[in-house]
Design a protein around this ligand. Structure first.
Ligand code: CA
Length: 730
């Protein structure tokens, strides 16, 4: 008897340790406990916004219409919440039965009463700040998934965490990545048939992309699908093995992919199709970008830049469509995918739609992966003139393959994208897709130095990053700034053309949401939250958010009131890497907040704090040779976070106005000794000598003086970072 009891106890302990097979059932008839496949299949009556994309179609179209084109001008602030970290805010809130769950930088989760704004709980996964240097595009997070009483969170250090939605306490946590490699997670998990599906990022540094399915109750792994072949040639023993055997001939025998892993990360869009019971992955760019180096210029390199359909239960391959064969411009196919049924040529077609980085809007038959339409949604796309509809392949401009010509190629669009992660919506009322589009060109330049090759810190993309900054030419800098613009494009996927367009003076505007009230909501980089008539594009509402807005909105009801919620706050790839390209948005403070509106709302934001005057840069002191060397080093190691030509975009400290430019010792303590590693600025001693760190300082001083003298009308960005005081740093 005693022995039996002891044995039973032991079994129970083993079960708990074994990933909690007897996980508590958190299903319920109300709250997050009620979120299941039936609710997510169609979003219910629209009172809840139960997943980041609204429902499984991910079209971000709400049936709510209390707020509509006739009354949206009366929308006012119901409540707001200050967010603690002035880094990028990209998440769409999830709202169920009057409770809101939203994520912020460093993978933190916040829960609120959705009607009053009262904070319910907060969860901080405690990500080590040194992971930030491996996040290509800021330490962002795009939201949680809700399912049967739990919330699922992907963290920037590669964990998938299940939280009890009622308390914010973790139920389980699994490490989904090898943390010795530069993997990150920024995307929202999706939950399908009691499995949580999660991808990852890291292709700018060198990783092999994959998605994994975990049991939603216990965290036990169900399957994994790699998107590119194993460089070792070995089988992985995973769901992707058969598909990888088929696609391995599309990769070269040698080439840098053998070391880098090839890329193909699935960092944002993963969409479940309940009609066809298929899962669609949006697959990212190659690693390194340069196809000549990656794959000896050979092969399509599947499944890079593709949409791949899988069987959700097993992760087995069904079909794929590759948008950019032989990807070499960071043209990911990770952008949001919307599902719809469209009448095309008199036939009802089940389609998916995507407006990825490369500037073409794709309509793909989701029963078989065949291309139906591909149309340019921004002007001036120059890497391809169109698509051969028989083969589904792009008609390329030979000059675009810079590694073949050996000449720089000025591309439109570029890695910054014609459309990046900012959510696209599709109105079931107007039949239009609303694309947060932009025009930002960039030069692709073959590497000129071995120092542009693989390195332990920084981007490994096979480009000449050292010399890829703005020239010392006022006209050129101003032209590049003026040439970077944005637009809200209302795209007709059947007619394959834009119905209307709203131009914006700067890129990096917000995601869109459409509603049955004939509305489209979108935030702007210059700090407005706007609503337009969905059918005509007429602007009907604008609110001064006081800060740039990038994220997509959500709408929901509590009691008899419809609310509209959006996260405001600047960050992400463009403000980090090309400060000049965000133009006048550099003048807009970065003050992140969650903003929630209702008709007749009367809450007021506090007045913006005065921007502190910037220190005048020290007088230039380097020799031309020192400055030239410092410029190359800055380009290679610093610009992707601190901006081309050291022009900050108001997210990280603007080095042209750094308070430590004149202080060689403090500069060294930061770059070499890692004095600010707890804020994410790690030591670069692995790649820079102390002497080289000083060359970078001399270059930044010189650049700051040049900009102060020549770009007087381009106001520098309000500096959100606290310039470190000399005392207190070592
Ligand atoms: Ca990329």
């Amino acid at each position: 008897m005693r022995a039996t009891r002891a044995l039973t106890t032991m079994v129970a302990i083993v079960a708990l340790a074994g990933c909690g097979e007897r996980a508590q059932d958190r299903t319920a008839t109300t709250g997050v406990g009620k979120v299941d496949g039936a609710l997510l299949a169609n979003g219910g009556d629209g009172r809840d916004w139960a997943m980041t994309g609204f429902d499984y179609t991910e079209d971000r179209f709400s049936p709510l219409k209390q707020v509509n084109a006739g009354n949206v001008s009366k929308l006012g602030l119901a409540w707001f919440a200050d967010m603690p970290d002035a880094r990028g805010h990209e998440a769409t809130p999830v709202v169920v039965d009057g409770k809101m769950f939203v994520t912020g930088p460093w993978s933190k989760v916040f829960a609120y009463d959705a009607a009053t704004g009262a904070k319910l709980w907060e969860f901080d996964p405690g990500v080590s700040k040194d992971k930030g240097v491996q996040a290509c595009c800021d330490v962002v997070n795009r939201g949680v998934a809700a399912w049967k009483g739990r919330l699922y969170l992907g963290t920037i250090d590669g964990r998938l965490i299940a939280l009890d939605a009622a308390t914010g306490k973790p139920d389980w946590s699994v490490q989904t990545t090898d943390n010795s490699k530069p993997y990150t997670i920024t995307g929202a998990p999706r939950v399908v048939k009691d499995m949580v599906i999660i991808g990852n990022g890291g292709a700018e540094f060198g990783v092999r992309g994959y998605v994994t399915a975990y049991d939603a109750a216990t965290g036990a792994k169900k399957w994994r699908f790699y998107t590119v072949p194993n460089p070792s040639g070995a089988k992985d023993g995973e769901a992707s093995d058969a598909a990888m055997e088929k696609v391995s001939p599309t990769w070269s025998k040698n080439g840098q992919w053998k070391q880098s892993g090839g890329g193909g990360t699935v960092w944002d869009s993963i969409v479940y199709d309940p009609e066809l019971d298929q899962l669609y992955l949006g697959v990212g760019n190659g690693s390194p970008w340069n196809h000549g180096l990656r794959s000896e210029g050979q092969g399509d390199n599947l499944f890079l830049s593709s949409i791949v359909a899988l069987k959700p239960e097993t992760g087995e391959y069904i079909w794929h469509y590759q948008e950019t064969p032989g990807e070499t411009w960071d043209f990911t196919a990770t952008q949001p995918i919307n599902l719809a049924t469209l009448n095309i040529g008199g036939q009802q077609r089940k389609v998916l739609m995507q407006a990825p980085k490369n500037g073409f809007f794709y309509v793909v038959d989701r029963t078989n992966g065949k291309l139906i339409n591909a149309g340019q949604f921004i002007p001036g796309v120059n890497w391809a003139s169109g698509y051969d509809m028989k083969t589904g392949r792009p008609i390329e401009n030979p000059a675009a393959r810079f590694y073949k010509t050996g000449k720089p190629f000025l591309a439109m669009p570029s890695a910054i994208a014609a459309h990046n992660w900012q959510p696209m919506s599709f109105s079931r009322q107007t039949g239009l897709a609303y694309i947060p589009a932009q025009s930002v060109g960039a030069a692709y330049v073959p590497p000129s130095s071995p120092l542009d090759g693989p390195k332990p810190i920084g981007f490994n993309v096979g480009q000449d990053l050292g010399d890829a900054m703005y020239p010392r030419d006022v006209t050129a800098v101003k032209a590049a700034t003026a040439g970077a613009t944005g637009a809200l494009v209302a795209w007709d996927p059947v007619a394959n053309k834009a119905r209307w367009t709203v131009p914006y003076p700067t890129p990096w505007n917000g995601g869109t949401m459409a509603t049955a009230g004939n509305l489209v909501f979108q935030g702007t980089a210059l700090g407005e939250f706007r609503a337009y008539a969905a059918d005509t594009g007429k602007q009907l509402f604008s609110y001064n958010a006081g800060t740039g807005v990038m994220a997509g909105a959500a709408t929901y009801m509590v009691g008899n009131t419809q609310y509209v919620a959006v996260l405001a706050g600047r960050g992400g790839a463009l403000p980090l890497s090309i400060g000049y390209a965000i133009g006048k948005a550099r003048d807009v403070p970065n003050k992140p907040r969650l903003l929630v509106f209702k008709l007749g709302g009367t809450a007021q934001l506090p007045a913006a704090a005065a921007v502190a005057p910037r220190p005048t840069p020290p007088a230039p002191s380097g020799t031309p040779e020192q400055i030239a060397q410092g410029r190359l080093l800055f380009g290679r190691y610093c610009q992707v976070c601190h901006g081309a030509s050291a022009a900050g975009g108001g997210v990280l400290p603007d080095l042209q106005h750094s308070g430590v430019l004149g202080d060689a010792d403090t500069w060294k303590s930061i770059l070499i000794d890692g004095a600010l590693k707890d804020q994410g600025m790690v030591s670069f001693a692995k790649v820079l000598t102390p002497e080289q760190a000083q060359l970078i300082r001399l270059y930044v001083i010189d650049e700051a003086n040049w900009a102060a003298k020549n770009l007087t009308d381009a106001a520098p960005a309000p500096n959100p970072g606290q310039p470190p005081k000399k005392t207190g740093v070592r």
